[in-house]
Design a protein around this ligand. Structure first.
Ligand code: PXG
Length: 294
């Protein structure tokens, strides 16, 4: 059976699921999206992702042509039709189809709503045991004075350029600094350091407000660790006992080298592993059920 995708009111085979070449999402990156995971027949923190989707829409003056409840129902319905147990879900809402010209008033007929839901493949494989190597990107994270990094928009060139830089240097990921030189986040993941059993992650000013980041802050407190949101620099990264990145796709991935410096003892840290174990418990046992329970 071919997987289905939702496009503007229809569930279509993926090969027939198309948007116009005049879609402003394609022409100008004018749109927003979410990246959501399902585990064990449940969608993890679905309402947090829906909230961020609607907040992003509001920030770019776009009205999603569905209520939160309708979007939730559409996502769950697509998961059921695609028989998803462990999957990746991608809602995308663009400004819509219209004439050339970036003015959103060129768009006729309202936003384009697309949802993709597919079985998930593991992102980093062995790297969860070995740990990742990061480089600091020469590109700075776009400041909120230009475009708020809180918006999960279709403009990813800032992060893609950083990721290409990491590829060129054979690193696994890139770490971006904010315009002031404080650590912000990786190309598609938030960033944490651990020192003296205290977890620190940058405040939400110059980063995406990650759902995984929030989950990790909650797990840390539950496990009895101090966790704080504070600006810090590369000096604090190089001197950390442990470091890790967090994201829906990456989950929690240990970082063992940054800019040719070994972090801690060069192995995934004890607290990182403990938090990862709890995270893996949570994703399998909580979340919105896709299928009716008997
Ligand atoms: N920062 C940025 C810039 C992101 O794009 C995160 C942090 C982590 O947020 P969450 O809510 O996922 O913990 C993201 C999320 C992909 C993909 O296809 C990217 C993300 C999420 C899911 C899939 O590469 N980025």
């Amino acid at each position: 059976m071919e997987l289905l995708a939702y496009v503007n009111g229809e569930f279509l085979p993926e090969s027939d699921a198309k948007v116009s070449v005049f879609d402003h999402g394609l022409l100008y990156g004018d749109g927003i999206f979410e990246g959501i995971r399902a585990y064990n027949g449940r969608v993890f923190r679905l309402d947090d992702h829906l909230r961020r989707l609607f907040d992003s829409a509001k920030a770019i003056h776009m009205e999603i042509p569905h209520s939160v409840d309708e979007m939730r129902d559409l996502i769950l319905e697509l998961c059921r039709r695609n028989e998803i147990e462990d999957g990746y879900i991608r809602p995308v809402v663009t400004r819509g189809k219209g004439d050339l010209g970036l003015d959103p008033r060129k768009v006729k007929g309202g936003p384009t709503v697309v949802i993709i839901a597919r079985p998930f493949e593991v992102l980093y494989g062995d790297k969860y045991e070995e740990g990742l190597e990061l480089i600091t990107s020469t590109y700075r994270r776009v400041p909120s004075q230009s475009v708020s990094p809180n918006i999960k928009s279709l403009n990813y060139l800032n992060q893609i350029l950083a990721r290409v830089e990491a590829n060129i240097h054979d690193a696994d990921e890139a770490l971006l600094l904010d315009i002031q030189g404080y650590v912000s986040e990786a190309s598609a993941d938030n960033f944490f350091v651990v020192r003296d059993e205290i977890l620190t992650t940058p405040p939400t000013v110059s980063i995406l407000q990650g759902v995984t980041r929030q989950t990790v802050l909650e797990i840390a407190v539950e496990l009895g660790y101090k966790a704080r949101e504070r600006f810090f620099t590369l000096y604090d990264v190089y001197g950390a006992d442990e470091a890790f990145i967090t994201g829906t796709a990456a989950e929690i991935a240990p970082v063992v080298r940054v800019d040719d410096r070994v972090v801690g003892d060069g192995k995934p840290g004890r607290i990182t592993k403990q938090i990862t174990a709890r995270y893996r418990d949570l994703v399998r046992s909580t979340g919105t059920p896709i299928y009716e329970k008997a």
